[in-house]
Design a binder for this molecule. Structure first.
Ligand code: SF4
Length: 277
């Protein structure tokens, strides 16, 4: 179904009670199962909202279709937002987003979601549900159960119902939903600009070539540094995506470094509210 027809289905109808940020990775699917067990879609108008970043893994679209169908069978409605797409965004900004300049979250997820909610819930009465958990990382250790009014969600209330769930409790929800646990984060962006070694290792040749072509197209900064997707100084000097792939397969100390300790938590996760796995 095209994006426009998806949106039209929501206009001129009462606003949803709950909008569930859904990448259809582990945490958001566990949250959907939690909502089913709590009776939410049976008693309220609940919509799953997927952000099409134009940068998903080639297999991710089939997964989204599969679990949107599952969600509809549980009583949810499903919707998607579209965006300019990662590569067009990179060209527009003349560079890749990165930690500290993570404009991808804003342009690929937050702003499209805000625009969608503004159309279907202009009074901002819906509650936005996000599958963030404290156990995911020390950075998320203070995740509250509720945010009374979140600017990122257009002033709406945000609910993190799994905020206190352990990995085992999340996995139990997935098991009850009949969903196999993914061994990696959601692939709605592939790769994420904050990807660590394990995600880089999963890159396929078509995606490597695509990134390589865009790195070449962007050229160098005024100071002469290549505009690469990953900063060489965070990857032990690896410059350009092919060097990054070689770095990802290197053993600790085996690339050109003596004391590399692996990516930090901020490198392996996305901090956007709409970037929950
Ligand atoms: S998942 Fe990664 S690449 Fe995608 S919007 Fe979030 S930070 Fe950017």
């Amino acid at each position: 179904m095209k994006q426009s027809s998806l949106l039209e289905a929501f206009l001129d109808r009462p606003a949803p009670n709950f909008v569930l940020s859904s990448s259809f990775g582990n945490d958001s699917l566990a949250m959907l199962q939690w909502a089913v067990e709590a009776g939410l879609p049976q008693r309220h108008r609940c919509v799953t909202l997927y952000s099409d970043t134009g940068w998903a893994h080639r297999d991710w679209a089939a997964r989204v279709e599969q679990y949107e169908a599952w969600a509809r069978a549980q009583g949810f409605e499903t919707a998607r937002t579209s965006s300019v797409g990662m590569l067009a965004l990179v060209e527009r900004e003349r560079g890749w987003p990165r930690h500290g300049m993570q404009f991808c979250t804003e342009h690929l997820k937050v702003l499209p979601a805000q625009a969608w909610m503004e159309l279907v819930d202009p009074s901002a009465r819906a509650t936005v549900m996000i599958g963030k958990r404290r156990a995911e990382s020390s950075k998320r250790a203070d995740t509250p159960e509720y945010i009374a009014s979140s600017a990122q969600s257009g002033g709406r209330r945000v609910w993190h119902p799994l905020y206190a769930h352990s990995h085992a409790e999340r996995d139990a929800l997935l098991q009850r939903a009949g969903v196999a646990v993914l061994p990696h984060r959601s692939d709605e962006c592939f790769p994420c600009v904050n990807a660590g070694k394990e995600d880089i290792k999963r890159l396929t040749e078509d995606r490597i070539a695509l990134i390589e072509g865009h790195e070449a197209k962007l050229g160098n900064t005024k100071k002469g540094s290549p505009r690469t997707m990953y900063r060489p100084e965070r990857k032990r000097g690896a410059t350009g995506i092919r060097a990054i792939v070689r770095w990802s397969h290197s053993k600790r100390g085996g690339f050109d470094m003596a004391d590399f300790t692996g990516p930090s938590e901020t490198e392996t996760g996305c901090d956007g509210g709409w970037c929950a796995a």
